[in-house]
Design a binder for this molecule. Structure first.
Ligand SMILES: Cc1cc2nc3c(=O)[nH]c(=O)nc-3n(C[C@H](O)[C@H](O)[C@H](O)COP(=O)(O)OP(=O)(O)OC[C@H]3O[C@@H](n4cnc5c(N)ncnc54)[C@H](O)[C@@H]3O)c2cc1C
Length: 387
């Protein structure tokens, strides 16, 4: 058993950390409050190859795996820049296209993922279906060689920044007549696709949208894979990378909050000579949060190692557990960091309350804590499904 990163992974971690710190949380918050994106950080990370670490070298990427991408997500978040689009574009969309796209799709899209110049977002959630993807109502019908997509999606991140959105829709199985899922690469400026921005209580330069698809006409090659049969495996291919990288982002955010809080409590003095951190009522909650974040990190990198070794089923259990553990640990870390700052914790200047909305959302999205507990109860503990 080996808990060490390789030398290359260590170098990647140090380099991403340095880049993240050069931008920092103040930059992230300033962009969010101005309604702008972290365009410069994304572009620089892309140029340096950090956004394409998991793309095969023949398409211009780093040839690494989800472990490397998790390192990038964690270190940028640990520097105060948790970028959700890292989860959506290189982790989900690029993995789906790499693993289940046609060779023509790989050639067309992967080089853009490799240098970060291409952002593709992901749309599965629907207002009526919610957590139950079996109820998806977005439908793809054939019209000659073309496809026509109609339906509604909600909470879709980053549509305003992306050139394409990977849409999960249902097609009709010609043999059984049953509806089955398929994925489509839809240009964000396609006629018939409209969006409206959701007002979210999250301080983030990345936005969520409602999407309306009204008979969006797509060419045959917009379908991911050779046929609709690629749909279900393609959909599942994105899940483990999504969970692992979103967990890594949560762990980085937790580390960031604990680091800020520890620096504050070690220096803040209100009772004469001793710092407030000398009081266990202050230091123990912080230490407890640090333990929770570190435990979650162990599961994240176990899940990433299993995934990169091609052990998808075991990776699924670990990825879900990592996502659950990190969602809880990050929320605890940020809440504790706010508390030990006292009033300063609620200011923008101290840069911790700005993360409250994001870590709270991390217990709901991209998969809620309850749905993970359902998964563990059914797949690990052998319990019957109630729904
Ligand atoms: C910041 C943010 C970004 C997002 N980005 C994207 C994106 O880019 N693309 C995308 O497709 N989606 C995105 N989402 C949507 C997200 O994946 C969903 O919000 C999430 O999956 C939960 O679905 P829901 O909101 O419909 O909740 P619901 O399914 O309505 O669930 C409501 C509550 O009931 C619980 N619940 C439901 N069913 C069960 C059950 N069987 N057992 C126990 N509890 C249950 C849930 O856990 C939850 O707490 C984003 C959401 C947020 C908040």
């Amino acid at each position: 058993m080996n808990f060490d990163l390789t030398d290359e992974q260590e170098q990647l971690r140090d380099a991403v950390r340095a880049l993240g710190r050069r931008y920092g949380h103040d930059y992230f918050v300033a962009r969010a409050k101005a309604g702008e994106h972290t365009t410069e950080l994304w572009a620089e990370a892309g140029r340096l190859g950090y956004l394409g670490v998991n793309i095969p070298t023949e398409y211009g990427g780093g040839g690494g795996g989800i472990t490397e991408l998790a390192i990038v997500c964690e270190e940028l978040a640990a520097a105060g820049c948790p970028l959700l689009l890292l989860v959506v574009s290189p982790a989900i969309a690029a993995t789906v296209i790499n693993r289940h796209g046609t060779e023509a799709q790989r050639k067309r899209f992967l080089p853009g993922f490799a240098d970060g110049s291409l952002k593709v977002v992901f749309a599965i959630t629907e207002p009526e279906a919610g957590s139950n993807f079996h109820r998806l109502g977005t439908v793809a019908r054939r019209d000659g060689d073309d496809w026509l997509l109609s339906g509604r999606k909600c909470f879709i991140s980053g549509v305003d920044e992306a050139r394409y959105v990977l849409v999960v829709a249902r097609t009709e199985d010609a043999t059984t007549g049953r509806l089955k899922p398929a994925l489509f690469v839809v240009p964000t400026d396609a006629p018939g696709l409209t969006r409206s921005k959701l007002d979210m209580e999250i301080v983030s330069p990345e936005n969520q949208f409602l999407l309306y698809l009204d008979e969006v006409r797509l060419p045959a090659d917009a379908l991911v894979g050779e046929s609709v049969d690629a749909g279900l495996p393609a959909l599942f291919a994105g899940l483990n990378p999504e969970r692992i990288t979103v967990a890594a982002m949560g762990a980085g955010t937790g580390r960031y909050a604990i680091e800020r809080a520890s620096a504050y409590t070690a220096n803040r003095k209100v009772w004469g000579g001793r710092s407030i951190g000398a009081h266990q009522g202050v230091s123990h909650p912080l230490a407890h949060a640090a333990v929770q974040v570190e435990l979650a990190r162990l599961m994240i990198y176990k899940a990433a190692a299993l995934y990169d070794a091609g052990r998808d089923l075991e990776a699924g259990v670990s990825a879900n557990m990592a996502k659950y553990a990190t969602g809880e640990a990050a929320a605890l870390a940020v809440d504790t960091a706010v508390q030990v700052h006292g009033g300063a914790g609620m200011t923008t200047e101290y840069g911790v309350a700005t993360l409250l909305g994001a870590v709270r959302a991390g217990r709901i999205a991209p998969v809620s804590r309850e749905m993970i507990l359902n998964y563990v109860a059914q797949h690990v503990l052998g319990q019957e499904k109630s729904y």
